[in-house]
Design a protein around this ligand. Structure first.
Ligand code: HPA
Ligand code: ZN
Length: 335
């Protein structure tokens, strides 16, 4: 089963580039930028990664991102993640980045996007991993701040496929960002959002009805409301589920309590993702391995999850078809 998971072609659709910052790379970049971090060793950093809830994690995650200064730093961070994709047979990655985490520290938008974008171009060329970018607004900040970010992004529009909404969910409902989502869609971005990770089903309703999102990040708490589940199915909207993240942030007590299989059985379209792999104890394939064990998923389940990852990617029809053919060829040989 582990070899099957390792080999199966797949896409990752829910991944924060700042959440891929491995302790060793953080040390190396902090050192070359002469920035001190409150840890003396990789071990100390790893010990600090023990979270009670989303906010607990976010505090450390924003602190870690604070050592990223130069375009090269963003390039190295992104390329390092894409190398891990190649090793895991991830053919395509949809990468979220949080511009405000950096622009609020005085880093220019162009420094961030150029570093990330150039790494994506090189990874396509050198590693044959395709990728696209999702610019995420921080929901703990006011909507006006998101508007400013939208404005800054416009010269780089061709490098950005979609917008997202992340950070502290409780108390920051999707409706807070109604206008900026509308303006972003007008500018050509596809709307996506985190909803129902810690927030209740009514936040998922808002994300659907007010922000008109095309994919739900997490979405666990949709299961609180049967009518919502039916609406998500009716609208053919996929959920990007993150098992190890849910365990690390105590969204679920244990993986064996995870609702992923239940979602699939209800007919929801689900994908498996790593969210912030450097912080949550595993890359994408480790997420597959652990959730497979916990829920006794079959090879057919894994195949369906991989298939969804391509079908619900923000890719054009022909590229999807190419990946789906590759997936089917693998499955025919290995089922
Ligand atoms: N939820 C909300 N915001 C985030 C996350 C998450 O899982 N990861 C990075 N920012
Ligand atoms: Zn996330």
């Amino acid at each position: 089963m582990e070899a099957f998971i390792q080999g199966i072609p797949k896409a990752e659709l829910h991944l924060h580039i700042e959440g891929t910052f491995e302790p060793q790379l953080m040390f190396d970049i902090a050192k070359r930028n002469r920035i001190s971090i409150p840890f003396n060793s990789v071990k100390e950093i790893e010990l600090a990664y023990n979270f009670d809830c989303l906010q607990d994690f976010l505090d450390i995650y924003y602190q870690g991102a604070g050592v990223l200064i130069h375009e090269q730093d963003f390039y190295d961070l992104t390329y390092s993640y894409l190398e891990k994709c190649a090793k895991q047979n991830i053919r395509h990655a949809e990468i979220m980045f949080d511009p405000q985490t950096h622009t609020d520290r005085g880093i220019e938008f162009k420094t961030v996007i150029n570093g990330i974008h150039n790494a994506c171009v090189d990874a396509m060329k050198n590693l044959q991993v395709s990728s696209l970018l999702i610019m995420s607004y921080l929901r703990h900040l006011p909507q006006e701040a998101a508007f400013k970010t939208l404005e800054q992004s416009l010269p780089f529009k061709k490098h950005i496929a979609a917008i997202g909404l992340d950070s502290s969910e409780k108390g920051n409902p999707p409706s807070k960002f109604k206008d900026v989502f509308q303006a972003s869609v007008k500018a050509g971005y596809i709307p996506l959002a985190h909803a129902g990770e810690e927030g209740d089903a009514d936040y998922v309703w808002e994300a659907l009805d007010i922000l008109e999102i095309k994919r739900i990040d997490h979405g666990n708490n949709s299961l609180q409301d049967d009518a919502l589940v039916q609406e998500i199915i009716k609208r053919n909207i996929a959920l990007t589920v993150c098992p190890l993240s849910n365990k690390a942030l105590q969204v679920v007590p244990e993986l064996r309590n995870h609702p992923l299989k239940k979602m699939m059985d209800l007919g929801m379209k689900v994908t498996v993702n790593s969210d912030d792999p450097a912080y949550f104890g595993g890359q994408l394939n480790q997420n597959f391995i652990e959730i497979q064990k916990a829920l006794s998923l079959t090879k057919k389940d894994i195949y369906e999850l991989a298939k969804n990852s391509f079908e619900y990617a923000l890719l054009d029809k022909n590229t999807k078809l190419k990946y789906l053919n590759e997936l089917d060829a693998f499955y025919a040989k290995n089922k």
